[in-house]
Design a protein around this ligand. Sequence first.
Ligand code: GLU
Length: 301
Amino acid sequence: MTVGRFAPSPSGRMHLGNVFAALLAWCSVRNVGGTLLLRLEDLDPDRCKPVYGDQIKRDLEWLGLDWDREAQPQSQRGEVYRSYLDRLEALGLLYPCYCTRDQLLAPSAPHRSDGRRIYPGTCRDLTPAQRAAMTKAPALRLRVPDRTYTVHDGLQGDYSENLEADCGDFIVCRADGVCAYQLAVVVDDGLSGVTQVVRGRDLLDSTPRQQYLQELLGFPIPETCHVPLLITPEGRRISKRERDLDLGVLQSRMSPEILIGALAHTAGLLDRPRPITPRELAADFSWSRVRREDQIAPFLT
Ligand code: GLU
């Protein structure tokens, strides 16, 4: 039985890129008669607000993308995440990290050719005396092994990362006590029996870290499909700057069927944009017809 999910962060109105990922997640699950879960990823108290969560639900309903179960929002699950942090602690894999943002982002800090930072292990082996002398609250980092994890992505193909060389030890709990995305997503997907993760391609490089956590915590590894990002003609990822792509604006200009048809065409599922319901689209959905490269967003004026 396929269990998929929508996992939006309620930090604003959905933009077209979120709708695109949600549509493909929905079609993939509905095509095989599976179950869809909606989970609001509202871990960040500074960015997320309940009104945005309500808006996302209304927008999904307007689009015709329904769900079967709603998970408890992540902001209410601190104790659950704490129990998994305790397990990682018991494995001897956590340590406090006192590095500041400035230190981590310094131009001299190690990074990969694509710009992603690699944690150099600054706080890995501090002595108890050094830790005791620190005055700031620490984040918690998870030690990673010198091991390569390979993701067999349903859309992007194989993606491999050696966690030590390409990533370094990563944060599982922020200095303010909020559980980090990587751990929360693994615990929530694991406990709710998610078997298929469909999300933006920008999260492909999180997947090896998530596989490592799944292995440590005894959760099965779900199938993943990382979908293209929607970009501007200049190649920049669309954002709130593209006001025409705000769902509120789009709703005032067109029916959900026109919007779905345009996104289906962008995905490679229709040979021309035409009005269609999600249900019609799901009936003959196949990942083999979905494009894997980033796509220029429709409706850009
Ligand atoms: N909450 C994330 C987002 O809105 C998605 C995380 C995931 O699908 O794993 O981008």
